[in-house]
Design a protein around this ligand. Structure first.
Ligand SMILES: [Zn+2]
Ligand SMILES: [Zn+2]
Length: 339
């Protein structure tokens, strides 16, 4: 069967690999849809320090159960659709000992530090599958990046009385917006791409600031009556947006960091002290998969609007290279393994 490898920085290759044989605790999942992640893009560009080469890409998965190992519980049945929990923690490090598995020091995400799912079949432990009878394979492939955004909102302890600004409306930022809206917060979405406005409004963001032609500070001050947002969620990973998150957050507010900045960022640390802000890192997800699946099952999420294109595995390498050249207008590229 074909598999898409990231062989080196800027290089991909479709190679032939063997169909895996599932162990007693494993399920053979027939892969339908796999999303390209911002992490894949950074791995392609050589900007993701954890990326290992060569490696099969893919950790955002929608698939169908094809075969079941002997020890797998009975609620898993052939033909059921599922998405994949793609992280693997070590169980020994301090994060794991504190049951903060998502922040494992030796975490191995599929497609990053072990083989991913951009291929026809994977064998996977049943504990790492989340089932849904209602969702399509496309929707299931969107679950993982949305859980990362939902986790960021949880880290920010977003609640009803909050005004939350999310900088960056990629799929992770969109997940954070959806979660904050679900918590009853008033949400301000920020991006430089006007095409994101319609999407985030459908999800329930009340305001959209296009920083390519609007002043972020002025707009935030106007919307929040001079206070600044209670929570700023940084989902871009640039020095400018990181600094903006700290500068714009209200006194006593919370800043949540999901974006991976590519180089060190300089801060006026006086702001940390004077405003007594909390700065919270947010990595991967914890228990958000069932929440996100339930959210997607409501049908409220504008699935078609966030899927920018669906391509075959043979087209995937080119699509990744094109995305690296120009990310404008792209929210999510899906690879259809049946194409
Ligand atoms: Zn991802
Ligand atoms: Zn660990």
């Amino acid at each position: 069967m074909k598999a898409l490898f990231l062989t080196a920085i800027g290089k991909t290759e479709v190679r032939e690999i063997e169909i895996p044989i599932p162990g007693p605790d494993e399920i053979l999942l027939r892969i339908g849809m796999v999303g390209f992640c911002g992490g894949d893009l950074n791995g392609f560009k050589g900007l993701f320090e954890l990326q290992e080469y060569p490696n099969i890409l893919g950790h955002e998965v929608g698939g169908t159960i094809e075969e079941i190992g002997l020890n797998v519980p009975e609620n898993f049945k052939i033909g059921m659709k599922a998405t994949v929990y793609p992280y693997l923690n070590c169980g020994k490090c301090i994060s794991c000992r504190k049951e903060r598995f998502n922040a494992c020091q030796d975490n191995k995400t599929m497609g990053v530090r072990r083989p991913g799912a951009m291929t026809k079949y994977i064998a996977i432990h049943w504990k790492n599958l989340f089932l849904s009878e209602k969702l399509s394979l496309q929707e299931l492939a969107l679950a993982e990046p949305l859980t990362v955004g939902f986790h960021a909102s949880a880290r920010g302890r977003v609640e009803k009385k909050d005004i939350v600004a999310v900088i960056g409306c990629g799929i992770v930022g969109i997940g954070a917006i959806a979660a904050a809206v679900n918590s009853g917060a008033e949400v301000i979405a920020v991006d430089i791409d006007e095409s994101k406005m319609e999407i985030v409004k459908k999800i329930g963001a009340k305001h959209f600031i296009n920083t390519s032609n609007q002043n972020l500070h002025k707009e935030l001050i106007r919307i929040t009556n001079g206070d600044g947002p209670d929570v700023m969620i940084e989902a871009v990973g640039s020095a400018e947006t990181y600094r903006a998150a700290v500068e714009e957050v209200a006194y006593t507010g919370r800043v949540v960091c999901i974006g991976y900045a590519k180089s060190p960022v300089e801060f006026n640390t006086g702001l940390f002290v004077r405003k007594e802000i909390e700065i919270l890192g947010s990595r991967n997800c914890t228990d958000e998969f069932p929440t996100v699946i339930a959210y997607l099952e409501t049908g409220k999420f504008p699935v078609d609007d966030v899927i920018s294109k669906v391509i075959s595995i043979d087209e995937a390498g080119h699509a990744l290279a094109d995305w690296a050249k120009n990310s404008q207008g792209i929210t999510k590229i899906l690879v259809d393994l049946d194409k």
